[in-house]
Design a protein. Sequence first.
Length: 377
Amino acid sequence: AARLLSTGFPDQQQAGSGSRHGIIAAAAAALGMGAAATAGGFLCASAADAPAQVEVAADPYARPTEARPLPSRITLYQYEVCPYCCKVRALLDFYKLPYTSIEVNPLTKGELSWSSYKKVPVVQLDDEIVADSSAIMSRLATDIAAARAAAAAAAAPPAAAAAPAAAPESSAAPAKKSSGGWWFWSSKGSDESDAAAVKDQAPAAAAPAPAAAVLSAESAAAALEEEVRWRKWVDEKLVKVLTANIYRNWDESKETFKYITEQTSWSWGTRELARWTGAVMMWQVGKRMPAKYGIEGDLRVALYDTANDFVDNALRGRRFAGGEQPNLADVAAFGVIRAVRKTGAFRDLMENSRLGPWFAAMEEVVGGSSRINTPEL
């Protein structure tokens, strides 16, 4: 009998065993969505042990203190429709970083047998292993920022190339280091903060401008703080509301598990058994999710209100939370929502909230997949 898998949230819970639970865990894990005794909605983890110790960042939203060269090889260990994996894939697609994905068996976790960390996603960046979707995004954002800063400095005329040295906001503190030189979009919050930094740096080559430098540094810090706030909101609010909505009634539970099983390579009989058994169980579990997640009133209204909260307080009239180009909060929210795009909850969300234009804009800028292999589901 297989054990129920635990969630990707910190308050993991272990459930009892049984063949019926094992089937549901396998089906749910294929999509990355919650099972009967889980605490985090989308299912993205296992409780099994493994020999090699993988360190997990204490604060996954914080930028690493040092950048590394961009990896020549990226391998993503994932479940295809896990929202946390979709966050990482959205980032890789946005930056057009080629990667190979390895689909993890939700029951055996054989593909992660080398790792002590059994949740997905896990990435191998050349020889570096990074676990946790938010930590992965922070790691890559830092590396991309440094690579683009170096490229910009190398391409600039000598006088302009000296400017960043006179502008401490681009590299003075580890938390601020990742934004210096970003010309595509800033991990601190927006293209606007980069534009301000470039504007401040131009005269700095001829004469120091301490007041402008301080102002720019303060703006960058504020933008980074705002971005982290909304990245946490994605994990702590958006994922839970979406989970409750995809299992809110029998029809949607059935539709969701149909989607789950279509992402697997199981035999027809196994898919059908998982589909119907999973739908029944999650229909029952879904009845308890509103109380569990503190969602009051109609679930759909809560979903629309959550989306409009992002529009009103993260976008604030801008095209993206990052301004003219997406930041990490945009990419994280887009990845999670894209994970449920073939469900009724997604269709209703696009029709009944103000999120549609932002989602369409994100689809445009993220573009197609940069995956270089066909996943074996």
